[in-house]
Ligand binder design. Structure first.
Ligand code: ATP
Length: 588
């Protein structure tokens, strides 16, 4: 059986509260729609009357004609004004309600747990906020504009036509479904091409951003010609579909005009016969009014046929955004949760079990006690679970069972914000935003004084670099400003963490892309920052590992060995000894 695509109207119900803020505007737009529809119909009737004042050569009733034309001009102003008001109100209702929905959706997005981001691609999330919501606002504008004036025009012109001539009205009513059907078929054919085109545009922009964002890799692997070929293939496809879409949509105007004209002919023919027979007081003016009524009556139907596919696309967009808004947010803080303001930095893991995917157990029965000021170096092969440990400390994910305690209180008894604030994080991916160096440095502590900022920058060994820049601490960095090296970025993030003065630290030692001098600077800055603070370091440098109070050796989510450097080396067959021999003995 053919699988028919049905319109799912549930998203409209869900979207209606966003429209309900605009009751006044909707009422006003409906009144304006009534005026616009009414005046359009009256204008048509008076145009017919004006024609009837010009019966033939030397038979023009000038005074009547002038009176009708003056009246027509006044009604025309009213009609244009009311249509303009409808458009303004329609735009306002559409764009403000979609802006409110976008705000709520972003607010929800901010509260979603990391697991949602793990499962959903970035492009997918972004397209909901851009394309999908754009379709919704465009469809809203189109619907409001068609709806508010269209409905009244259809109703009033139908009454006017019946009042003038029921027989001619039947002719119009027979033609209207035909006009609607033809426009609907043409729109459907072109929209099918347009939506294929839209999807391909999305694919092309994804491809271009991937190639642009990975230019170094593209160049290093000489991917240019393959990427060019792939791009050209997509581009050609886009051109083909675009041309097809344009071909079908170019049919829309001539076909609906053609049927319109057939309707005119039918009205002229039937009207002429009636006039000749003297049936129903049909006049030439009335026939000319009727041709206009016929096109006014059918226009909203033609518009409607154009909107149905637009509406479908918008509904699909609404559904996607609401699906995202239905995703469960991070569990709220417990009602009795306290703020972790001053911590001594005692951290323990008690029988912690955790897995990202229940079918693949990861952290199993992890036990660890860290006392205030200790440095914990976490080492292990790739995929051992080092970053996972950090994710759990920050409560990015909740445990399957067991407890993590800070100062003997389970972390879920603290507010999430205060818990995360208690840790300063410096990861491999340095994050700096477009802005001045000072703004970047004080991001975590906007109240920091200039003296504090400078002291921390000195301690992070980045002050002299900053002062040599053209505008010192006010130098703008980022895409619009100065480009800085990876090592400098690292030092700036270290300074930023020092300025926000967190009681505990989570560090991921970057090993790549810096020269030896910068490397030793970063290491020194790290050590200064760690002084006296409980620190968890995903460690790659031998010196950090050797000087750590506790070395956690992880494998497949378990702590396989624990102790300090000397203790662990005592077991020559142990995991650490082997790791040490493999990775560090040369440097030693
Ligand atoms: N968000 C996630 N969703 C599902 N599985 C994940 C997720 N993050 C990590 N994993 C899996 O959990 C395991 C441990 O990953 P983790 O990132 O903690 O290792 P790691 O020791 O930090 O590795 P590396 O040194 O390579 O960074 C891996 O098998 C990884 O595939």
């Amino acid at each position: 059986m053919k699988n028919r695509k049905r319109m799912n109207l549930a998203p409209i119900k869900r979207f209606s509260p966003y429209l309900s803020h605009f009751k006044k505007e909707i009422a006003f737009a409906l009144v304006s729609g009534l005026i616009a529809g009414g005046t359009t119909v009256v204008i048509t009737a008076y145009t017919g009357k004006a024609v009837d004042t010009m019966i033939g050569k030397n038979q023009v009733l000038f005074s009547d004609l002038c009176r009708i034309l003056t009246l027509l001009a006044m009604i025309l102003v009213l009609s244009v004004l009311s249509q303009w008001i409808i458009q303004i109100l329609g735009n306002k209702i559409a764009y403000v309600s979609v802006a409110n929905l976008r705000k709520d959706a972003f607010n929800h997005l901010n509260k979603l747990p990391l697991s949602y981001y793990d499962q959903t691609s970035q492009g997918n999330i972004m397209s909901r906020f851009t394309n999908d919501l754009d379709y919704v606002s465009e469809a809203c504008v189109a619907i409001f504009n068609t709806f508010f004036s269209g409905i009244t025009i259809v109703i009033v012109s139908l009454f006017a036509m019946f009042w003038l001539s029921p027989l001619l009205t039947i002719v119009v009513l027979i033609m209207t479904p035909l006009i609607f059907l033809v426009s609907w078929f043409v729109t459907k054919a072109s929209q099918a091409q347009f939506s294929k085109q839209q999807q391909l545009v999305g694919d092309i922009s994804g491809f271009v951003s991937e190639v642009v964002g990975n230019q170094k890799i593209v160049k290093a692997f000489q991917y240019e010609s393959s990427s060019q070929a792939r791009f050209e293939k997509m581009n050609q496809q886009l051109l083909d579909w675009g041309q097809k879409a344009q071909f079908y949509s170019s049919l829309s105007n001539p076909t609906s005009r053609f049927i319109d004209h057939i309707a005119y002919i039918a009205i002229g023919l039937v009207g002429g016969l009636l006039a000749l027979k003297g049936t129903g007081n049909v006049t030439i003016g009335m026939i000319s009014s009727f041709t206009i009524y016929a096109s006014q009556f059918s226009k909203p139907f033609i518009d409607l046929s154009g909107i149905t596919t637009q509406l479908q696309t918008a509904l699909a967009g609404l559904e996607r955004i609401f699906t995202m808004m239905d995703e469960p947010i991070e569990a709220k803080d417990e009602a009795s949760a306290v703020v972790l303001s001053k911590t001594k930095g005692n951290v323990s893991f008690e029988h912690v079990f955790f897995s990202y995917d229940p079918s693949r157990p990861l952290i199993q029965d992890l036990q660890l006690n860290v006392t205030s000021g200790q440095t914990v170096a976490i080492v292990g092969k790739t995929g051992a679970g080092k970053s996972t440990l950090v994710n759990l400390l920050m409560r990015f994910y909740d445990l399957d069972s067991g407890q993590i305690l800070i100062d003997r209180i389970p972390i879920q008894h603290y507010t999430r914000d205060s818990l995360r604030k208690a840790f300063g994080m410096v990861l491999q991916d340095t994050w700096l935003f477009d802005g001045t160096i000072k703004e970047n440095l004080t991001f975590g502590n906007p109240q920091a004084t200039d003296e504090e900022v400078i002291a921390c920058a000195k301690s992070a060994l980045v002050h002299s670099f900053i002062t040599k820049l053209p505008h010192g601490y006010d130098t703008v960095i980022g895409s619009q400003g100065l480009k800085i090296s990876e090592g400098q970025r690292q030092l700036l993030t270290i300074a930023r963490t020092m300025i926000s003065a967190p009681p505990m630290l989570i560090l991921d030692e970057a090993t790549s892309s810096v020269d030896t001098l910068t490397e030793s600077k970063i290491q020194e800055a790290f050590l200064r920052m760690m002084q006296g603070k409980t620190s968890f370091v995903i460690a790659h440098r031998l010196s950090t590992i050797r000087s750590a109070d506790i070395i956690l050796v992880m494998d497949a989510g378990k702590i396989v060995e624990m102790g300090n450097h000397e203790q662990l080396l005592k077991n020559p067959n142990g995991f650490y000894s082997k790791l040490y021999a493999a990775q560090f003995s040369e440097n030693n």
